[in-house]
Design a protein around this ligand. Sequence first.
Ligand SMILES: Cc1cc2nc3c(=O)[nH]c(=O)nc-3n(C[C@H](O)[C@H](O)[C@H](O)COP(=O)(O)O)c2cc1C
Ligand SMILES: C=C(O[C@@H]1CC(C(=O)O)=C[C@@H](OP(=O)(O)O)[C@H]1O)C(=O)O
Length: 347
Amino acid sequence: MRHMIFGESHGPAIGVVLEGVPAGLELDLEAVQRELDRRKPGQDPTATARRESDTVQVLSGVFEGKTTGAPLAMLIRNSDQHSQDYEAIRYTPRPGHGDYAGFIKSQGCQDYRGGGHFSGRLTAPLVAAGAVAKQALALRGVRVGAHISSIYGITDASLEDAGALEAVAAKPFPVLDDAKGEEMRQAILEAKNEQDSVGGAIECAVFGLPAGLGAPDFGRNVEGIFAQYLFAVPAVKGVDFGAGVAFSLMRGSEANDPFEVKDGRVVTKTNHAGGVNGGITNGMPVTFEVTIRPTPSIALLQESVDLRTGEETEIEIKGRHDPCIVPRAVPVIEAAAALAACEVLGI
Ligand SMILES: Cc1cc2nc3c(=O)[nH]c(=O)nc-3n(C[C@H](O)[C@H](O)[C@H](O)COP(=O)(O)O)c2cc1C
Ligand SMILES: C=C(O[C@@H]1CC(C(=O)O)=C[C@@H](OP(=O)(O)O)[C@H]1O)C(=O)O
């Protein structure tokens, strides 16, 4: 299943075209909308105040409730753009955002309003695509779930089983431990109050992938496939599998996952490898943690350069920004993981 996301944050609409969706899938459009509702802006003081309904419309690829196998196109209209907020910074790129790199790549022709095609808004169609992927995966017994694992050093409880993630998906603030979630919310509001932002991390797991998928080689390596989808999510700056960076503090005797037989199946007692050995799935859940940077657009005065004159200058960013991207990125990471899992399975 391949996908192509189109649109700009302040254009008329954004959307996605999915190619290679298996024919005959009974598409649950309400489930697609529920995923979009988990991500949509304007729902909490810890998120951007921009209000969008993020109502999805299927334009093609579905007939009489079932996928046809033809390209499946989904559209989401934009309605609450404040483009004026971006006039003053048109030629003075925001530190940390895609403005300068985008200006150079597009030779100054990019849609600068609201970050254009670089905006986190473009993760709405990604979530829609991921929701279709999740439905295709469910038919193969594969499930994807995620939670906020940390925000600005405050950590959630660790993930023990697949069931816990279903409850998390229904929460407005997707953590396992709600008391920790409240501490995280306070840290976000404190940063916002100080005209600043914070980052954090998301832990994600894919349950039900059979052992033996993938290859050690470039292009077919399971970790590589997942990483490619995950790094395409704006603000993702790190991806690590299983114990990840904690491996650097372990000995082999702690890091290795001992084998055992459970219900006639070879499994491992621990899952430090994150379900992948040698680039191939080993039948344990594929687990990884994604690091999300603090939101680039902060209200504090920042240093920039006027690209018309080449002179150094200072900018003050107006507008409505997420003081922390992590909570709204949870369904986005699940969507990217679902699309990656489809590729691993050859869907
Ligand atoms: C769900 C989501 C919401 C985001 N909201 C904002 C925002 O309000 N303001 C902002 O400056 N960046 C926001 N971002 C991050 C920028 O889009 C991102 O940092 C920018 O495109 C540069 O990409 P990079 O961080 O991957 O280098 C958001 C990202 C996501 C995934
Ligand atoms: C609109 C969304 O998030 C936007 C992501 C974003 C950015 O720079 O990434 C900047 C802000 O855009 P604007 O200035 O137009 O309000 C956020 O509100 C969304 O996620 O749907």
